[in-house]
Design a protein around this ligand. Structure first.
Ligand SMILES: Cc1cc2nc3c(=O)[nH]c(=O)nc-3n(C[C@H](O)[C@H](O)[C@H](O)COP(=O)(O)O)c2cc1C
Length: 455
């Protein structure tokens, strides 16, 4: 099985824990989300397990009701740069919002991270879903949903243009000849569009991966269209295998319709695992995990996608509250999924919170049983890989020690890294610099004109 078609694994670094109540576990590290030792430890475990990447999620607005992990956490580029220095192979993926950054700054940050890590950077492109974010960035209003994705499309074109500012080998440093920069190899972008006006060039030469790997995580219609046009990978939170299969099939169709090879967009299903050596142990661990999930936490978690809506003001056992128009401007894909289920199954608020207001779903069982489920989803085309979150402290290490060797023995997952870059792990080509490509194309057209094919 080639690299490109092999199972792919990422791990989400979630400090104090994923969920509103996870911090109460006796082994949860209270300052975990700003604890460099914990991040280093987990990144090293992921690298020992030959994972493709670790992932640092982000958002830019909090209040007292935010998830504990969100309340105080590392800024992604900073922590990923630190992790680059203590790991050698693993990919380093971080979230950055197009709605609250400038393309020039972001292009520079990721080119820096790619150089620091020698080709391991990945950017999770998000548009930010929380209205309150605007007030942290000198704005009166958050940008509307459709406009956010229009902006995202233009933003990505700008950063890709900036990343191509330098042709490969532009800085020759010829001391004898007195030539530092090869003439004609540094280019201005001169972009003028609906949202951005950026001249360039970027003040950083070509990075090892050409462009970092692009991830995206919005699953609204606009989000999927954006991924199909621009991304190398997309995160999803599948509720079951059928839903995951339908989601990936939809993405593959959209990618082909956008004129791309569907095998170049990987779908990562977000799941966690509970691994035990006996059925009783699995049941005990599962009950332990559930004991750190309160209905209050579930309501807060549900509210997160609805622009942090406070569902606790409604009767838990009454039908789900009347839909508010503004919810669709928030995390639209998640909101539509929840509302469709509410409509179909006539759910009460409590039932909705219990179904959707929880951290990632889990695969549970012995190491072999968990490996079986991963294999089944992968081989039935429901996912290209998994984004693992930790269900209980210590479970990730158990996964690496007990499940990964089974996946390796079955030939599903790499036994060692065969590349040093994230693109290499995923089997993705390094994009050709646009100016070099233009010259290649012009040369080919020239040859074709001089040597017309025999009629
Ligand atoms: C595994 C996973 C990780 C995500 N990480 C982030 C993140 O770090 N920041 C963010 O704003 N959204 C993240 N999202 C996406 C949000 O949950 C949300 O769906 C999205 O921002 C809204 O996009 P949409 O309106 O296109 O659905 C993630 C989603 C998944 C499944």
């Amino acid at each position: 099985m080639g690299v490109k078609n092999g199972l792919k694994l990422g791990f989400i670094l979630h400090g104090v824990g994923r969920g509103w109540d996870s911090w109460r576990h006796p082994e949860a590290v209270i300052d975990g989300s700003t604890n460099i030792d914990l991040y280093v430890k987990q990144a090293k475990i992921a690298e020992k397990g030959k994972f493709d990447f670790v992932f640092v999620a982000d958002s830019l607005h909090i209040d007292e009701r935010s998830m504990p992990h969100y309340l105080s956490r590392f800024e992604p580029a900073t922590i990923l740069s630190a992790l680059a220095m203590v790991t050698q192979h693993i990919g380093l993926v971080g979230t950055f919002s197009v709605s609250y950054t400038e393309p020039f700054n972001l292009a520079r940050q990721f080119a820096s991270l790619d150089k620091l890590s020698r080709g391991r950077a990945g950017w999770n492109v998000v548009t930010s879903w929380l209205e309150g974010t605007a007030a942290n960035f000198s704005r009166d209003h958050h940008i509307g949903h459709g406009e956010r994705y229009r902006l995202a499309n233009e933003y990505v074109q700008v950063v890709k243009g900036l990343w191509d500012s330098y042709e490969p080998g532009a800085i020759v440093g010829d001391k004898q000849g007195g030539v530092f920069l090869k003439p004609g190899t540094l280019h201005q972008l001169n972009h003028k569009g609906e949202f951005f006006s950026v001249r360039g060039p970027l003040n950083l030469d070509r990075m090892p991966q050409g462009h970092p790997v692009l991830f995206q995580a919005g699953n609204s219609d606009d989000g999927r269209a954006f991924a199909a046009a621009n991304a190398d990978a997309i995160f999803s939170l599948p509720r079951n295998k059928e839903a995951a299969f339908a989601y990936r099939a939809d993405l593959r169709e959209r990618t082909a319709a956008a004129g791309r090879d569907p095998d170049t967009l990987f779908v990562f299903g977000g799941i966690s695992t509970i691994v035990g050596s006996t059925r009783e142990e699995v049941q005990r661990l599962s009950a332990e995990r559930n004991s750190y999930a309160s209905i209050e936490g579930a309501l807060l978690s549900l509210g997160q996608s609805f622009n942090d809506y406070d569902f606790s003001q409604h009767d838990l056992d009454a039908p789900f509250p009347a839909v508010k128009e503004e919810w669709l401007s928030s995390s639209q894909g998640n909101v539509k999924t929840v509302l469709a289920a509410v409509e179909q199954d006539k759910l009460t608020l409590r039932e909705t919170a219990l179904r959707f207001g929880k951290p990632m779903d889990s695969f549970e069982g012995s190491p072999e049983e968990v490996a079986d489920q991963l294999q089944d989803w992968f081989e039935s085309g429901a996912v290209d890989g998994f984004m693992l979150g930790e269900s209980l402290p210590g479970q990730f290490e158990i996964f690496v020690e007990q499940v990964v060797p089974i996946l390796q023995a079955r030939g599903l997952f790499r036994s060692d890294y065969s590349s040093d870059t994230l693109r290499g792990h995923l089997g993705l080509a390094v994009p050709e610099n646009r100016y070099v490509a233009q010259r290649h194309n012009a040369a080919e057209t020239d040859v074709a004109r001089k040597e017309p094919a025999n009629a």
